[in-house]
Design a protein around this ligand. Structure first.
Ligand SMILES: O=C(O)[C@H]1O[C@H](OP(=O)(O)OP(=O)(O)OC[C@H]2O[C@@H](n3ccc(=O)[nH]c3=O)[C@H](O)[C@@H]2O)[C@H](O)[C@@H](O)[C@@H]1O
Length: 470
């Protein structure tokens, strides 16, 4: 629809710019005996032409045939204008109809039935959780874990094409088989959010929808603002209004440490020197959630994830794209830091992250406000969820080569200045103390599980490679 409107508006502007001046100019010729007195700026108009179009004496028009041609031209101009207006109106009406039908679809009786059934709680004192980004990597795993223990789970995801949406649809299929319903909508859609909260009094929101990826922010900066800032605010606005207000746990990122070089990274370290727009939007999210906690009494827990990996992971991440390229015999690019130092990451396995997320929901205090009014102070917490043992990127490649029984074709290049940081390393004492968080999967174990999943998902076990578009 946006494309349609864009095409129409560009047609309009080029049509307008090419037609407007002559259209103005025809007016006096059209009304030879009128008292039309305004004369257009003549500075750029050849004298003869000006004389013909704007004779100093009415009636001094050189030929009737010319007048006739002008009339025909202005009639066709008017006709094109009318055509344009009709098309614009038609486009607008079809836009209203389609967005309306999307909304109606989302609020139909069947839709509510699915949402309510998915939100049903099957354990004593269980939660009903709205999981944003439920078709994403972490969202899928967290939704499954919550459902498994008897919590009600409803997902929301916009299924965008930042990476292969068919992987998201496969994840959704898996969730559907466990009776987890995902609403296909953007978190910026306030009407849908309102409908969801009207349908289910969510006790918790697990907010994982985001524009991820550090380097992609150079290509598409606005998508980060759209999801990580505007989307977050829309969601918080809804949560603050809700009766009762839910407790919110959300995904921040290790990238907020930016240029901090004090290791390991502790929650009290500097986070005011982001190295990428992605990091800046996640840091902004920490400040924005603080504001909503302060003004409206929303209970907030922000989790700084450290390079999460595992089965059903994100194809844009290094471990995933390296696996694909190695299997397809294509080269991989390995970045290296200043003075030839290897880059390192505190790679954290998905199951450990899920435990951290669930523990955060379990220990989150209640929000204190209701219907937009704060009743008292509410908890505001931030935790690192890392693995505490960084591994270099070449070592990661070595583990993959072993698991895939194939040597990688490596291009080693200097780390481009596009938002990357040389290393990450989490101090997890706070999460250990408050959440009982205790990561147990090392990189070789986690990557073994990932490769097993990858080979099966992309059909390598049946001798096929379905990963070409992943
Ligand atoms: O922990 C985080 O906060 C972030 O972790 C990852 O970001 P990143 O650590 O950069 O993960 P990858 O993109 O998988 O890169 C891992 C390492 O491989 C390197 N790399 C990446 C891509 C490549 O082609 N070559 C290469 O050497 C990177 O420089 C980096 O050192 C995620 O992509 C972010 O969404 C997340 O927020």
């Amino acid at each position: 629809m946006k494309t349609k409107l864009f095409i129409w508006s560009s047609t309009f502007s080029s049509f307008f710019s090419s037609r407007y001046r002559p259209f103005q100019s025809y007016l006096p010729a059209f009304l030879p005996n009128s008292n039309f007195t305004s004369t257009p700026s003549s500075s750029n108009m050849p004298h003869q032409l000006e004389e013909e179009l704007f004779p100093s004496t009415p009636g001094k028009i050189k030929s009737d045939r010319r007048t006739f041609h002008r009339c025909v031209a202005s009639t066709s101009t008017l006709f094109l204008w009318a055509l344009f207006l009709i098309a614009l109106t038609a486009s607008y009406l079809s836009f209203i109809a389609s967005s309306g039908s999307r909304y109606l679809h989302h609020t139909s009786h069947d839709w509510k039935k699915h949402v309510r059934s998915s939100a049903q709680i099957h354990r004593k004192n269980g939660f009903s959780v709205l999981v944003t980004g439920a078709a994403g990597f972490v969202g899928t795993h967290v939704s499954l874990a919550l459902k498994k223990r008897g919590d009600g789970v409803v997902g929301i995801d916009n299924f965008n094409d930042y990476y292969d949406p068919s992987l998201k649809r496969s994840r959704r299929k898996m969730l559907q088989s466990k009776n987890i319903f995902i609403v296909e909508a953007d978190i910026n859609d306030r009407r849908i959010l309102a409908k969801l909260f009207e349908t289910v009094p969510f006790t918790h929101v697990m907010h994982l929808a985001a524009q991820a990826g550090v380097r992609y922010a150079m290509e598409n900066p606005n998508s980060y603002v759209h999801s990580n800032i505007a989307g977050l605010v829309t969601l918080l606005e809804q949560c603050k209004e809700a009766k009762p207000q839910p407790s919110i746990v959300w995904a921040s990122s290790s990238s907020v440490y930016g240029l901090n070089d004090k290791v390991p990274f502790s929650e009290s370290d500097r986070t005011d020197q982001p190295a990428s727009l992605y990091a800046a939007t996640k840091k902004a999210g920490e400040e924005i959630t603080h504001t909503y906690n302060h003004i409206y009494g929303l209970s907030i827990t922000g989790l700084r994830f450290f390079t999460v990996y595992g089965p059903w992971g994100r194809p844009d991440m290094a471990y995933f794209s390296f696996t694909r390229n190695i299997l397809q015999g294509r080269p991989i690019t390995v970045f290296r830091g200043k003075d030839g130092v290897d880059l390192a990451r505190d790679f954290t396995y998905i199951d450990d992250i899920v435990k951290g997320c669930v523990a955060s929901l379990d220990t989150a205090g209640k929000s204190t406000g209701t219907g937009g009014k704060k009743k008292g102070p509410a908890p505001y917490r931030i935790y690192n969820l890392g693995n505490t043992s960084p591994v270099t990127v070449p070592a990661l490649v070595g583990i993959l080569e072993k698991n895939l029984k194939t040597k990688a074709k490596k291009n080693v290049v200097a780390m481009p200045g596009n938002g990357d940081v040389p290393f990450t390393h989490a101090n997890i004492s706070l999460a250990r103390r408050d959440l009982g968080y205790n990561p147990t999967t090392d990189l070789p174990t986690g990557l073994r599980k990932f490769v097993k999943w990858y080979l099966s998902y992309y059909g390598y076990n049946d001798g096929k490679d379905k990963s070409v578009n992943s």
